[in-house]
Design a protein around this ligand. Structure first.
Ligand SMILES: Nc1ncnc2c1ncn2[C@@H]1O[C@H](COP(=O)(O)OP(=O)(O)O)[C@@H](O)[C@H]1O
Ligand SMILES: [Mg+2]
Length: 336
């Protein structure tokens, strides 16, 4: 695809929060308190926590929609404070819940907003809009000249995403981007965004109050509590395995073991050998998640499953005991 200058399509930047604090005037409690974490280039970092926990504030300091009081945020080693704010915002794509599309502008013109500011030639903007409309799962023929009011909520959100990606930003900020969508549309956009991200590998900061969305979308999750205090920063698996304290444990939920099992498929674990024995229990595909495998065993009243590959060949066995032994292992050991 055609992109800015000589940057390749995999361009992404590391983001560092370094002791970042924000106090709004007249507020006793800080909105964000001494926040420090590193988002490696190309990863999705989800900020999650209860409403009022400072997620939006933390995110808006990256593109300086909110000023930092203390500490700093670095993008590829450069302080956002040192960058020209216009320049900064061109490098940072921004997607919000209610999209904020310009109602009097067509889909293509909405997507072309930043490229126009950058002075791209008309046909290049047009070409880029066409590419992006397709990339986010819309039809260039049908939607290029449509106005936002003629689109469904999900389609508008796709256009918002395309607009944020138009000038190939280094960083994407997404504030509850799918929060206003019905559950089915939401799940579809989550899946498509993950697929897109897998190709484009932007560094993304994604805000949600929904722990399930955080677990699904995040390479890493930052859990913020009241006052914008970082409660835990780690991979979803590590947070579910070892919540840092009671607040995190309550926030991730009493079913955290099941959520952990849902992160893995039978094909990703070491199965018990068949040893020529008769297959026992129901047969399941290796693409089944460990959570679904457990549910099946409970539902069928068995303690064993026989696992088959795509061609229907038996590849091993899995038991309830095996799953609970996996959960008991320290994070990162042996399960994959
Ligand atoms: N512009 C503002 N002026 C004053 N207080 C604000 C402003 N924006 C947010 N706050 C306060 O800062 C805290 C964090 O808000 P916010 O960052 O929006 O949290 P979240 O996105 O996690 O819901 C809340 O107590 C909120 O009321
Ligand atoms: Mg918010």
């Amino acid at each position: 695809m055609a992109l800015e200058g000589e940057r390749s399509q995999s361009s992404a930047a590391e983001i560092v929060f370094r002791n970042v604090t924000k106090r709004y005037p007249g507020r006793r409690v800080a909105a964000v308190s001494d926040l420090s974490f590193v988002v490696p280039a190309g990863e999705i970092c989800v900020l999650v926590g209860p409403s009022g926990g400072g997620k939006t504030t933390a995110m808006k300091m990256v593109n300086r929609l909110v000023d930092i009081d203390e500490g700093d945020i670095l993008i590829d080693g450069r302080s956002v404070r040192s960058l020209n704010v216009i320049e900064l915002r061109r490098q940072v794509g921004y997607v919000i819940q209610h999209v904020g599309l310009f109602p009097h502008m067509s889909v293509a013109d909405n997507i072309g907003t930043v490229p126009r500011l950058l002075g791209w030639p008309k046909d290049r903007i047009r070409e880029r809009a066409g590419e992006l409309i397709e990339l986010v799962g819309l039809d260039p023929e049908e939607h290029r000249d449509a106005y936002p009011a003629q689109l469904s909520g999900g389609q508008q959100q796709r256009v918002g995403l395309a607009r944020a990606m138009a000038a190939d930003p280094l960083v994407m900020l997404m504030d509850e981007p799918f929060g206003a969508l019905d559950p089915i549309t939401r799940a579809r956009l989550q899946d498509e965004f993950l697929r897109l991200h897998n190709e484009l590998r932007k560094t993304v900061i994604f805000v949600t109050h929904d722990i399930d969305e955080a677990i699904k979308m995040g390479d890493r999750i930052a859990i913020l509590r009241e006052g914008g205090v970082l409660a835990q920063y780690d991979t979803p698996d590590a947070i579910l395995a070892e919540p840092a304290d009671d607040f995190v444990a309550r926030f991730v939920g009493a079913d955290r073991s099941l959520k952990r099992l849902a992160l893995k498929r039978l094909s990703q674990i070491e199965l018990a050998a068949l040893n020529g024995s008769e297959p026992s229990g129901p047969t399941v595909s290796a693409s089944t998640t460990l959570r679904d495998a457990l549910a099946l065993m409970l539902g069928e009243g068995t303690r064993d499953l026989t696992v088959v590959d795509e061609g229907g060949r038996q590849v091993g066995r899995c038991s309830v005991e095996h799953l609970s032994e996996l959960l008991a292992r320290p994070v990162g050991e042996g399960a994959t």
